[in-house]
Design a protein around this ligand. Structure first.
Ligand SMILES: [Zn+2]
Length: 253
C-alpha cells in the first residue's frame, strides 16, 4: 500500500469514527430531551408530574407533601412551577439520566436541557431511597426520599433563578450547599455540625463521607448572617475565607 492510499484509509476510518460519535451524541441528547416513552407509569399530583418505570404507590402524595414543605424553606420557590420527577428503578435508566454515567448516585437534575429530576430506585411507600450498594443509606435519619426529591428540585430552582449554566458559574459548595439547605427543610443542627467541622469529623468531609454537610453549613452561615440567596449567588465569598469566618464566630446559629 502506498503512503497516499494509507492516508486515504486513515481518513476514511476517522470519518467513520466521527460519524459514529455524532450518532451516539445525537441519540443521547434525544433520549435526554424525550425521556417519557421510557417510563411507562405516570401520575400528576398538585404541581408535580411523576413518571416511573414501576407502578407508583398512593403513598407518593404524602412524600410529595413533605417535599413541598422542604421546598417552601426556599425564598425562591414558586408553587406554580411544575416539578417533573422520573423514578429510575432500573440501574441503566439512572446511568443514562443521572448526568454522571453511573448508577451509583442518589439522583440527578438536568438543569440545562429539560429541568427534569431523576431519582434512583426508591421505596416510595416507605419514603426511602434505596442505597446503591443495597446496604443502609448514609445519613438516612435526615435523608428520606422527600429530601432527595427536594434537593434535586432545588437545583431546578437554582437553574430557573440563576440560569441554565449556573453549575459552571457558581462554586459547588454553593449550588450543593443551597440544595441541601432546602432539601433538609430546616432539619439541620448548625451548632452540632460546626462542632463536627472543628473536630475534623469525616461527616463534614465530602471526600470521606460523600455528604454535603459542610457545604450546607457554609450556606447556612451566610443566610444566618442575614444575606439573601440572591446576594450570595451574586457574589459568593471565597470558600477558604468563609470557613475561617465560620470557625472564628461561634454565635451564628
Ligand atoms: Zn445536588
Amino acid at each position: 500500500m502506498t503512503a497516499l492510499s494509507k492516508r486515504a484509509m486513515g481518513m476514511k476510518y476517522i470519518k467513520r469514527a466521527a460519524s459514529t460519535v455524532a450518532c451516539l451524541v445525537f441519540a443521547y441528547v434525544a433520549a435526554l430531551a424525550f425521556p417519557r416513552p421510557l417510563f411507562s407509569h405516570h401520575m400528576v399530583y398538585q404541581n408535580y408530574e411523576i413518571w416511573s418505570d414501576q407502578a407508583i404507590p398512593p403513598e407518593i402524595s404524602s412524600v410529595l407533601d413533605d417535599t413541598t414543605r422542604r421546598l417552601r424553606t426556599s425564598e425562591l420557590y414558586k408553587p406554580d412551577w411544575t416539578i417533573r420527577v422520573f423514578f429510575c428503578n432500573a440501574n441503566w435508566r439512572m446511568w443514562l439520566y443521572g448526568g454522571h454515567f453511573t448508577s451509583k448516585i442518589g439522583g440527578g437534575a438536568d438543569t440545562i436541557l429539560t429541568r427534569n429530576v431523576y431519582l434512583r430506585s426508591s421505596d416510595i411507600a416507605a419514603n426511602r431511597l434505596n442505597a446503591p450498594d443495597g446496604g443502609p443509606l448514609n445519613d438516612a435519619a435526615v435523608r428520606p426520599l422527600s429530601y432527595f426529591i427536594a434537593h434535586e428540585a432545588a437545583h431546578i430552582i437554582e437553574s430557573r433563578e440563576f440560569g441554565r449554566l449556573m453549575y459552571f458559574r457558581h462554586p459547588i459548595w454553593l449550588t450543593e450547599g443551597y440544595a441541601d439547605y432546602v432539601g433538609k427543610g430546616g432539619n439541620f443542627d448548625f451548632a452540632e455540625n460546626r462542632r463536627l467541622l472543628m473536630s475534623d469529623d469525616q461527616l463534614l468531609d465530602i471526600r470521606r463521607s460523600g455528604l454535603y454537610r459542610r457545604f450546607q453549613l457554609e450556606v447556612s452561615y451566610l443566610i444566618n448572617n442575614g444575606l439573601s440567596v440572591q446576594q450570595i449567588f451574586a457574589r459568593p465569598p471565597n470558600e477558604d475565607d468563609l470557613l475561617k469566618a465560620l470557625k472564628k464566630n461561634p454565635h451564628t446559629e
